[in-house]
Design a protein. Structure first.
Length: 218
């Protein structure tokens, strides 16, 4: 689909094409490819490639599908890509199963499936106070004090929250549930104060959208 020869090029190409699979060489000049995960907006399968095995542990912290050592063995590379294809097919089946269940009724979803490295967790949407995203991970902060971490970027969940009347995206990496917002502070910028005391800044480009939402609540 595309090829890149540096960190900045890779970020641009990935965000343009939203690929399902990345083959990533770890060393790109004086920089390491792990930097891209702070900037990309999709959650593809990842096969890391390196001549140094010391990077393997760090690679799997990013939910790598596989780690291939150089010099590349053809059969090992094929096996890694096959594994990625299998994981993609499993994800599709899981999503299709979920959509078929929810389509049985015409009400808004009341639950969301959050997939982490080792489990699928079902949580009530009404229990989510706010969501924050960092790199390819999203953290759901719940009203019982728990934090549930998903191996997907926040953009992967936006289509669900767009249908919920009180969920508002206030920045690139934050969505808040206004059922848990105590107040919106406008001194020295704009902040949403969650009922547990957490202060979440509103991106300047979201000021108009948020003010419109608040006026509709009056």
């Amino acid at each position: 689909m595309a090829e890149a020869h540096g960190i900045d090029d890779a970020i641009a190409v990935i965000n343009l094409h939203n690929p399902e699979l990345l083959l990533l060489d770890i060393n790109l000049g004086e920089r390491e490819v792990f930097e891209i995960f702070r900037e990309i907006h999709c959650t593809p399968q990842i096969v890391f490639i390196s001549s140094e095995g010391k990077y393997a542990l760090n690679a799997f912290r990013y939910d790598a599908t596989d780690f291939v050592l150089k010099p590349i063995n053809r059969e090992i590379l094929i096996s890694a890509i096959s594994k990625a294809i299998s994981r993609l097919e499993q994800q599709r089946q899981f999503v299709e199963m979920g959509y078929s269940i929810w389509s049985m009724n015409n009400t808004l979803k009341s639950f969301i499936t959050v997939s982490s490295v080792d489990r699928h967790e079902i949580i009530k949407i009404q229990d989510i106070m706010h969501c924050s995203s960092e790199g390819r991970y999203t953290t759901f902060h719940l009203n019982d004090g728990r934090d549930v971490v998903a191996c997907k970027n926040l953009s992967e969940y936006e289509h669900i929250f767009e249908k919920q009347p009180f969920f508002v995206k206030i920045s690139r990496s934050q969505i808040v549930n206004f059922e848990y917002v105590a107040r919106v502070n406008k001194k020295n910028g704009m902040y949403c104060e969650i009922k547990d005391g957490v202060m979440i800044p509103v991106a300047r480009r979201k000021y108009t959208e948020l003010n419109k939402f608040l006026s509709e609540l009056e």
